[in-house]
Design a protein around this ligand. Structure first.
Ligand SMILES: Cc1cc2nc3c(=O)[nH]c(=O)nc-3n(C[C@H](O)[C@H](O)[C@H](O)COP(=O)(O)OP(=O)(O)OC[C@H]3O[C@@H](n4cnc5c(N)ncnc54)[C@H](O)[C@@H]3O)c2cc1C
Length: 411
C-alpha cells in the first residue's frame, strides 16, 4: 500500500472527478479532497436552469452519491478553506490552523464571479450566481416574482434571464455589447440569441452599460450609460468569472490568466497540478495556453490531472466543448475560435434547428449544433482534421459530416 498523500483543493467537479480517477487507477494511498463550500461536490449547470426554476431536486446536481467518498476512502473535508500551500515543503494550512502534508497536490479551485464596481453595488437585492447557496437564495427570490434586471448577456445572464421568464417574471437584460455573446460567436449567432430572448418577452438593452444601481437600501432602479433608468425589484449580475489563483500566487507558482500548467497539467512546481476553470493549460492542438470555463473541461481535465499525478503520460488535448439550454433552445458548441472568415449554416437559422460552422482559411475552427443532436462528435472530428472543406458541402444536409474530414477510412 502506498504511503503517499495526494491532496486536492477544490471540491467541485474537477476535484471530485480527479479523486474518483485516483481510485479508479488503483492509487491506494491517502486521498484528501478539500472544499470551502459546506456541501459535497456538485455540478453547477443546473443552478441557472432546472434547479433554479424549481424543476429538479438537489440530489441531481451532486457529482457522486453521498456514500461515494467514504466507500472509496476519500477524505472529504467540506466547509474547509485552504489558506496557504507550500509546494517546496509539501505542506498546506487550513483556515482553522491545521496543517496537512502532501506528496502531490491538485489545485481545482475554480473561478468566482466578477463584481460590478459601480455606485450602488452594495445595495440589497443584487444577486450573483456561482454556488448552490447563491442559487437557492435566488430561487426563493424568483418565487416572489416581479421585475428583474439581468446585467450581462453572456451564458449565466442569458440562462438566468430565460429561467426568470419561464417563471413568469418581467425581465430586462443589459449588456454593453450589441448582441448576446457577440465576442465568442459574432453577429449571426448573437442575433439568433437576441431574437430568441425577444420572442420570449425579454426586454433587451444592448450596447449600453450599467452606470449605477439606485435605491434606498435595496436596488430599485438601474441607470445605464446612455441615461436610461430601468425600474426593478432586484438585479442579477453575470459579467464573467475570474480564476481563483490566490493560493498559487502566494506560493510563487506561475500565474497568468489562471494557474499556468503544461500539457501534463503540471504547474511551475513539479508536485503541484491544476485543472478545471482555474487552469491555463498548454493545449497541444492549438499550440497555445487556453483556460476553459466549462463543465466538460472540469469533467475531463480533473481525471487527466489525476493520471499525471500518478506519473502516467498525459497530454490534455480535448477540443473545448460546452452546452447551454435557454427556453426550448438547446445547443452544443465545440472549438476555439478567436478569428474566422465566415459562418456557414446547415439548416435555416430562423428554424431554430441548425448547425453553424466557423471557418478560417477554409478550415472549420468551431461548430455549434442548435436543437440538432448526435453530431457533436463529427463536428469535433472536422475541427481536429484541419481539413479544408467546401462551404457548399457543409451547407448541404445530404453530405455526411464524416465525409468532410479528409480521412478516407471514415467515408
Ligand atoms: C450557474 C452556472 C451554470 C453553468 N452552466 C454551464 C453550462 O450549461 N455548460 C457548461 O459547459 N458550463 C457551465 N457552467 C460552468 C461550469 O460549471 C464550470 O466550468 C465548472 O463548475 C468548473 O468546475 P471546477 O471544478 O473547475 O471549479 P468550480 O466549480 O468553481 O469549483 C471550485 C471549488 O473550489 C473551491 N475553492 C476555491 N478556493 C478554495 C480554497 N482556498 N479552499 C477550499 N476550497 C476552495 C470553491 O469554493 C469551489 O467549490 C456553469 C457555471 C455556473 C456557475
Amino acid at each position: 500500500m502506498s504511503d503517499e498523500t495526494f491532496v486536492i483543493v477544490g471540491a467541485s467537479l474537477a476535484g471530485a472527478k480527479a479523486a474518483e480517477e485516483l481510485r479508479e487507477r488503483g492509487f491506494d494511498g491517502r486521498v484528501v479532497l478539500i472544499g470551502d463550500e459546506p456541501v459535497r461536490p456538485y455540478e453547477r449547470p443546473p443552478l441557472s436552469k432546472d434547479y433554479l426554476r424549481g424543476e429538479s431536486g438537489r440530489e441531481k446536481a451532486f457529482v457522486h452519491p453521498e456514500d461515494f467518498y467514504r466507500e472509496h476512502h476519500i477524505e472529504l473535508l467540506t466547509g474547509t478553506p485552504v489558506s496557504t500551500i507550500d509546494p517546496g515543503g509539501g505542506r498546506l494550512t487550513l483556515q482553522d490552523g491545521r496543517e496537512l502534508g502532501f506528496d502531490r497536490l491538485l489545485l481545482a479551485t475554480g473561478a468566482e464571479p466578477r463584481r460590478l464596481p459601480v455606485p450602488g453595488a452594495e445595495l440589497g437585492g443584487i444577486y450573483y450566481l456561482r454556488t448552490l447557496a447563491d442559487c437557492e437564495v435566488l430561487r426563493e427570490r424568483l418565487d416572489e416574482g416581479g421585475r428583474v434586471v439581468v446585467v450581462g448577456a453572456g451564458w449565466i445572464g442569458s440562462e438566468v434571464a430565460a429561467s426568470a421568464r419561464q417563471r413568469g417574471l418581467e425581465v430586462t437584460v443589459i449588456d454593453p455589447l450589441e448582441l448576446p455573446n457577440e465576442r465568442i460567436f459574432g453577429r449571426e449567432i448573437g442575433e439568433f440569441y437576441r431574437d430568441v430572448h425577444a420572442r420570449h418577452g425579454v426586454r433587451l438593452v444592448l450596447g449600453d452599460g450599467v452606470e449605477a444601481f439606485d435605491g434606498d437600501g435595496t436596488v430599485a432602479r438601474v441607470r445605464t450609460s446612455s441615461g436610461k433608468a430601468i425600474d426593478c425589484d432586484f438585479a442579477v449580475v453575470g459579467i464573467g468569472v475570474a480564476p481563483r489563483t490566490q493560493l498559487a500566487q502566494s506560493a510563487g507558482l506561475e500565474v497568468d490568466n489562471g494557474v499556468v500548467v503544461d500539457e501534463q497539467l503540471r504547474t511551475s512546481a513539479s508536485n503541484v497540478f491544476a485543472a478545471g476553470d482555474v487552469a491555463n493549460a498548454w493545449h497541444p492542438f492549438y499550440r497555445r495556453s487556453i483556460r476553459v470555463e466549462h463543465w466538460a473541461n472540469a469533467l475531463n481535465q480533473g481525471p487527466a490531472a489525476a493520471r499525471a499525478m500518478l506519473g502516467q503520460e498525459v497530454s490534455y488535448d480535448r477540443i473545448p466543448y460546452f452546452f447551454s439550454d435557454q427556453y426550448e433552445v438547446g445547443m452544443e458548441y465545440s472549438g476555439y475560435a478567436t478569428e474566422w472568415d465566415e459562418v456557414v449554416f446547415r439548416g435555416e437559422r430562423d428554424s431554430g434547428e441548425f448547425i453553424a460552422f466557423w471557418l478560417k482559411d477554409g478550415v472549420v475552427v468551431a461548430g455549434m449544433n442548435v436543437n440538432v443532436w448526435d453530431v457533436n462528435e463529427h463536428v469535433q472530428a472536422l475541427i481536429r482534421s484541419r481539413h479544408p472543406v467546401d462551404a457548399a458541402a457543409l451547407r448541404d444536409p445530404d453530405t455526411r459530416l464524416e465525409s468532410l474530414t479528409g480521412d478516407t477510412a471514415r467515408r
